[in-house]
Design a protein around this ligand. Structure first.
Ligand SMILES: Cc1cc2nc3c(=O)[nH]c(=O)nc-3n(C[C@H](O)[C@H](O)[C@H](O)COP(=O)(O)OP(=O)(O)OC[C@H]3O[C@@H](n4cnc5c(N)ncnc54)[C@H](O)[C@@H]3O)c2cc1C
Length: 551
């Protein structure tokens, strides 16, 4: 580049334009291809239109505002009466409305045609890139439906409002509202993973078949929800209940919000500590089968953790590649500097692989819902694999993407700062990393079809890729011998995840992407980003992922 002549020292130059008013779907070939491939092509126009909206400067600004002006808890009114109300910035409500009107809380249940999980997955990935916090209540409402359906009469009462595409944030009995949302409260002070240690008690004898709950929950996100699925100890053991926030007569249920958590990230979303003082709740599923009942919900929230982290990773890669395409350092664009190109290309690969795996998993949910036994077995084990791997890799990748934008990325005005604070949470909630790995071991031990499903899927991409065939053989041996010791679970799950991703990319991605992924991840490289071996077509990988201005 020709060095500019003397410039006005107050002129702003060599700073990239903000990445807004762009097309996050048209710029994301990996997502567009996956939507079509995995069975959501019928929603292509819908996704395109939604992407134009969420890529607009107006909607991106809502994400910033909702985070800058986080929720405020009001436990009492000015007369001292308990109200337990959460005050949100209007931007939060706008984002909730956007998500609910798009059906992100309901789509596979309200329009259960083939491919509806995949269509929803693409919409979730686009919306999540605007702002991570509102994904929590949208996901919980979506995921609550399979658990709620264990109690058909309760489901019949609640579903019309939970599946409604109207956002109605008023505090009122659910029956009087045009739409409702649901939260989940399992975690107590003494144990989140070990919910069997829950001490919250449930006693029968309330009005209309209700039970009375006494106890606490240490984490209860979206406490403004209209109802919560809650675990409590009944006489027959840990049981799942639905606990409305407002009772049918308009009075407030005895659930007290003690305080809001001051969190590292996920700041727009209210996460609270609550106490139940004889709160009325109705059993969902059999008494003593609370964990099994709520696991129906958790399976679906784990899918969304994988989708959400793939989305955050994609937004970070979009920001990093956009920055590098516009920023000159030492006379050349950053994107053209060989070492930066290696870092960017490596991040692009991670993003492509995360998107491909998360969208494939969404198809498994569609297949399982349609009664496909292979897809059911695959979904059972691959959910834990994807939840573990994608949420973990996204944390490292977002940190690296932030560094690509230099000091600008470390300043709160940058979207990367927020992504960096937000990204760890998907690895923690809904079962943290180790819990996912132990769940994979459990699935392999208990479900005879789990290992064959994983191996079939990995081998599907191995015909032209001997390194993947070798990995499949290694995994077959590891999974057919005694189930690996717990202490080695992360090694096994990492290898399975990489095998699944390599298989998808080998079958479906451009050669430059698939070759570089296999040459690095299957050959033991890829600890830190920017370590792709010589011979990879770095320019092609980065070019494919760099966002373009909206048409
Ligand atoms: C922002 C936020 C919002 C949340 N919202 C909700 C909510 O709405 N509802 C709700 O119910 N919960 C919620 N949670 C709680 C969350 O689900 C728990 O924090 C999580 O399940 C972990 O439980 P814990 O914090 O008690 O950690 P612990 O159970 O003490 O686990 C600590 C660590 O030990 C590991 N570990 C556990 N068991 C084993 C083992 N056998 N071997 C090896 N390692 C193990 C875990 O992987 C974890 O890394 C939220 C959490 C956060 C951060």
């Amino acid at each position: 580049m020709q060095r500019p002549g003397p410039r006005d020292p107050h002129e702003v130059f060599n700073q990239p334009p903000p990445l807004s008013d762009y097309d996050p779907f048209g710029s994301d070939a990996a997502l567009a291809e996956a939507l079509q491939r995995e069975g959501g092509g019928h929603g292509m126009d819908r996704v395109r239109a939604f992407a134009r909206r969420v890529g607009s400067a107006e909607v991106l600004a809502l994400g910033e505002l909702a985070n800058r002006h986080g929720p405020i808890l009001h436990t009492r009114d000015r007369f001292g009466r308990r109200i337990d109300e959460i005050e949100f910035h209007p931007a939060w409500h706008e984002l909730m409305r956007l998500g609910i009107e798009a059906g992100l809380h309901s789509l596979p249940w309200s329009d259960p045609r083939p491919g509806s999980h995949v269509l929803r997955a693409a919409l979730v990935m686009l919306r999540h890139q605007v702002e991570e916090g509102v994904s929590c209540p949208l996901t919980m409402t979506f995921a609550a439906i399979p658990t709620l359906r264990l109690a058909p009469s309760l489901a019949a009462d609640w579903e019309p409002r939970l599946l409604s595409n109207r956002y109605d944030p008023r505090t009122a009995p659910a029956a009087e509202k045009s739409g409702a949302i649901v939260g989940m409260a399992m975690t107590e002070r003494q144990g989140g993973t070990d919910v069997r240690a829950n001490t919250t008690r449930a006693a029968p004898g309330g009005p209309d078949g209700a039970w009375r709950l006494d106890g606490h929950k240490w984490f209860c996100s979206a406490p403004q929800s209209d109802a919560f699925l809650v675990l409590a100890q009944a006489g027959g053991g840990l049981t799942c209940f639905i606990l409305p926030r407002v009772l049918p007569d308009g009075s407030r249920n005895a659930i007290h919000v003690q305080r809001l958590k001051d969190k590292v990230g996920n700041r727009s979303n209210a996460s609270s500590e609550v106490e139940f003082h004889g709160a009325l709740a109705w059993p969902v599923g059999p008494e003593g089968r609370g964990v099994a009942s709520i696991m129906e919900m958790v399976r679906h929230t784990r899918l969304d953790c994988a989708l959400g982290s793939a989305a955050t990773l994609r937004r970070a890669v979009a920001e990093a590649t956009h920055h590098a395409a516009h920023r000159d350092v030492s006379g050349a664009k950053l994107a053209a500097q060989p070492l930066m190109q290696n870092v960017l290309a490596d991040l692009c690969l991670e993003s492509e692989a995360a998107t491909a795996l998360a969208m494939r998993l969404a198809r498994a949910f569609d297949g399982a819902a349609a009664g496909d036994l292979f897809e059911r077995s695959f979904a059972r084990v691959a959910t834990a694999v994807a939840k573990y791997w994608i949420t973990k890799r996204a944390v490292a990748a977002v940190a690296e993407a932030l560094e690509c934008t230099g000091g600008n990325g470390f300043v709160e005005e940058s979207p990367l700062a927020r992504l960096y604070r937000d990204v760890p949470v998907n690895a923690i909630w809904e079962g943290s990393g180790n819990v996912q790995c132990l769940d994979v071991l459990r699935a392999l031990a208990r479900e005879p079809e789990a290992a064959p499903a994983l191996l079939t899927e990995i081998r599907a991409g191995a015909s032209g890729e001997p390194r993947l065939a070798a990995l499949a053989d290694e995994l077959a041996a590891a999974m057919s011998a005694a189930i690996p010791a717990e202490g080695s679970a992360r090694v096994l799950v990492e290898r399975i995840a990489v095998g699944l991703q390599a298989s998808l990319l080998a079958r479906h991605a451009p050669a430059a992407v698939a070759d570089a992924f296999c040459a690095s991840r299957l050959a033991g490289r890829g600890g830190l980003f920017g370590t792709l071996p010589p011979g990879c077509d770095l320019g092609a990988i980065v070019e494919r992922a760099t966002p373009r201005p909206a048409a």
